[in-house]
Design a protein. Structure first.
Ligand code: ADP
Length: 352
């Protein structure tokens, strides 16, 4: 709802969309933009050099929509993926916490790629990294840069990296990074998306060579579409696979327990795990949601009115509810797709 169309007003009816090139001395800025700029000012009360030539409304968009001050995900919220967690801790969290130790030979890469099927916890890992490293988290979907910000993507990218620079340590999470850094489509590639990509690579180059405490995490379901330049810059490449049977059991228990609905036996849980081979973490979440509707649907079928239904009268969620839900919620990833990830992991992955 807070999206600001990337259209410059000609001074007429445009309201807050007025185009401004400088933040200095502009009384026309509205209150929220002013407040946001104040928060970006250094201890001297001045806007940092890097941000001075950027448009206030883009800085405001980055601060309000892309920056997440409290990502609120911890390692313990993520099921399984033990190996990935261990590697990420060593490769990126420790260096963000102790930049004094991780320099010279130990200096870390500044780019991390998380690839694998959709809904396996890549975004969660990004948020957890920011949480554990006490870093500011920035989330942007690369496809929005090309769809929502037509013609303005480059400026937004500059604003994003500029604000991240002032909010170090920072983690910039770029979802669907393939749509930004895909292999050049020879003639087909639009001039604007080529410029956007170049700008992005320039920004990455900038903080890679400096002493900045910024980590870029790219996430993709289509790693094979990344070009060589992108692969080179994303030095660590971690495969985030579908959850194991244990991880699926953990997700079921964790979600139901949160609502006090977990009453399944170990045998029931292991039956559900057998039946959910190939389900992603987000498929599991949808399955649990659907199954937990079982007791409610049954009560309503028995003629109890929804307004009269007492929570304590509802029966617990059973194996049968899961079996019913399995007919509705199908796995979203096909076995064929998995081969693509595994092959790419063998060829380019860091842990293969
Ligand atoms: P991705 O970024 O890989 O597409 P997300 O991290 O956005 O996937 O996960 C989507 C949702 O699926 C999460 O909000 C969470 O509820 C669930 N989920 C996915 N993977 C896991 C996991 N490993 N542990 C716990 N929940 C998960």
């Amino acid at each position: 709802g807070n999206f600001i169309p990337p259209i410059k007003s000609n001074g007429g009816t445009g309201g807050s969309m007025t185009s401004r090139n400088s933040s200095k001395g502009d009384d026309a800025l509205d209150e929220s933009t002013k407040k946001c700029l104040e928060m970006l000012c250094g201890p001297d009360g001045e806007l940092p050099e890097k941000l001075r030539n950027l448009e206030p409304r883009l800085l405001e968009h980055v601060s309000n929509e892309i920056m997440d001050r409290d990502p609120n995900v911890r390692w313990d919220d993520i099921a399984g993926l033990e190996h990935a967690k261990k590697c990420v801790t060593e490769m990126v969290i420790w260096p963000l916490l102790r930049p004094d130790i991780f320099k010279g030979c130990r200096s870390p890469g500044r780019g991390l790629l998380l690839f694998g099927p959709p809904g396996t916890g890549k975004t969660m890992i990004g948020k957890a990294i920011a949480g554990e490293a006490k870093a500011t988290f920035f989330y942007i979907s690369a496809s929005s840069l090309t769809s929502k910000w037509i013609g303005e993507g480059e400026k937004l990218v500059r604003a994003l990296f500029g604000v991240a620079c002032c909010r170090q340590p920072a983690v910039i999470f770029v979802d669907e990074i393939d749509s930004l850094l895909s292999q050049r489509k020879s003639e087909g590639e639009h001039e604007s998306s080529r410029r956007l990509k170049t700008q992005f690579l320039i920004e990455m180059e900038g903080f890679d060579s400096g002493n900045e405490q910024i980590l870029l995490i790219g996430a993709t379901n289509r790693p094979q579409e990344l070009d060589e330049a992108a692969r080179r810059r994303l030095t660590k490449r971690l495969y985030i696979p579908l959850p194991s049977s244990e991880a699926r059991a953990w997700i079921i228990r964790n979600l139901l327990e949160k609502d006090g609905l977990f009453k399944l036996t170990d045998d029931d849980t292991s039956t559900i795990c057998k039946l959910t081979e190939g389900y992603s973490g987000s498929d599991m979440k949808n399955l649990v949601k659907d199954a937990s509707m079982g007791p409610l649907r049954e009560a309503l079928r028995q003629g109890i009115e929804i307004t009269k239904l007492r929570k304590e009268d509802m029966r617990p969620v059973t194996l049968q509810d899961f079996e019913n839900a399995l007919r509705e919620v199908r796995p979203s990833v096909s076995p064929n797709e998995l081969h693509t990830y595994e092959n790419w992991n063998k060829q380019f992955g860091s842990l293969a």
